[in-house]
Design a protein around this ligand. Structure first.
Ligand code: KG4
Ligand code: ZN
Length: 330
């Protein structure tokens, strides 16, 4: 079975074709980073226009590699995300569905991120606790054989958003996560103790906006501080909170497997700390390959395989749902 998938929820235009869950036939990602860099963040209108421009190139490259007649389904991210951006992908998928006469599958972007783990570990089975940390979300989810349960989420900024905003304060480029990750390697993570919001609270929720403000005030008071040291100390705070909370959630849920997905799961310090703690406490931790951690269409195709197996097929009434939660996955 072959599924073509489209992802346009934020600033990556992506198209992939996956065969039988594991055989990657096409995996294209057109990043708009250079377009949005000058604004220091994603501009929704501009993102939608660029998705529209990029889509024709990505699809024609895809159809050069894979015979369209050999496709069984077309899958598309229909939420959560930027409405204009999502609509470009959903419309393209409807056109493909109509012209090739194949069914359409609507995929939840969050479900896509979780599915990215199966691209590297096809035999991994729930139960596991998921830390999903991206530019738009920071959530801890308990995944069981037949159910999902959201245990906690951020009350304000997402972890990736905090990386992006702090990078901006530090005068680094967009997106901020990879920049902070890179320069923090030459910095001292113990240079300054930034707050670790909610780290000792009994719930599994997060809050990162105060941490961002703390970095801003610290820099105002200490304009001579080395950017590398501030970046490393900030990163240390975020990683400490994420690690502590997800291990607490796993312990309280009695689950020994933890998976970490979403753009922030590419972070090298987070990977190192999670792996060390797992070894120390006797847990198993899994990450997607770094190239599948950030937005891509392969993870959407992989999620679509599970939806097809469950008979969850959409039709041409499929619409973009910008604030989609877990309701269609639960
Ligand atoms: O999953 P993703 O590509 O898009 C969303 O669904 O939001 O995540 C993008 C986020 C951005 O905020 C970016 O700064 C962050 O992931 N990110 C990182 C790293 N690579 C990407 N954050 C920390 N360290 C990284 N290496
Ligand atoms: Zn994402």
């Amino acid at each position: 079975m072959r599924i073509l998938a489209i992802e346009t929820s934020c600033d990556e235009t992506a198209v992939a074709v996956l065969e039988n869950k594991t055989n990657v036939l096409v995996n294209l990602v057109a990043s708009q980073i250079d377009v949005h860099k000058k604004f220091g963040g994603v501009v929704p209108e501009v993102a939608a226009r660029h998705h529209f421009e990029n889509m024709k190139y990505l699809l024609s490259e895809t159809f050069d590699k894979v015979n369209p007649e050999s496709l069984d389904y077309v899958a598309v991210t229909y939420g959560p995300g930027l409405v204009g951006a999502l609509l470009v992908g959903v419309s393209a998928a409807k056109g493909i569905s109509l012209s090739l006469d194949i069914p359409i599958v609507g995929v939840n972007h969050l479900h896509g991120h979780i599915s990215s783990i199966y691209l590297a570990y096809p035999n991994l089975k729930p139960p596991f606790v998921v830390l999903l940390a991206s530019g738009g979300h920071t959530e801890i989810v308990l995944v069981k054989e037949k159910s999902f349960m959201v245990l906690g989420k951020t009350l304000d900024d997402a972890a990736g958003e905090a990386f992006d905003k702090v990078a901006r304060i530090l005068g680094l480029g967009y997106p901020g996560g990879p920049e902070i990750d890179r320069i923090a390697r030459n910095g001292d993570p113990n240079y300054h103790q930034f707050p670790r919001p909610k780290i000792n609270d009994k719930d599994y929720d997060f809050s990162f906006s105060g941490l961002k403000t703390a970095v801003l005030y610290f820099l105002r008071k200490n304009p001579g501080a080395r950017v590398e040291d501030v970046a490393a100390s900030f990163q240390r705070s975020v990683v400490d909170v994420l690690v502590k909370k997800v291990f607490r959630a796993a312990r309280d849920s009695g689950v020994r497997k933890i998976i970490v997905v979403g753009g922030v799961s590419a972070n090298s310090m987070l990977r190192k700390e999670m792996s060390e703690k797992a070894l120390e406490l006797g847990y198993e931790v899994f990450f997607p390959p770094v190239k599948y951690a950030t937005d891509n269409a392969l993870m959407i195709a992989r999620a679509a395989f599970d939806l097809v197996e469950k008979g969850k097929i959409a039709d041409l009434s499929l619409n973009a749902v910008p604030y989609l939660g877990w309701e269609d996955v639960l």
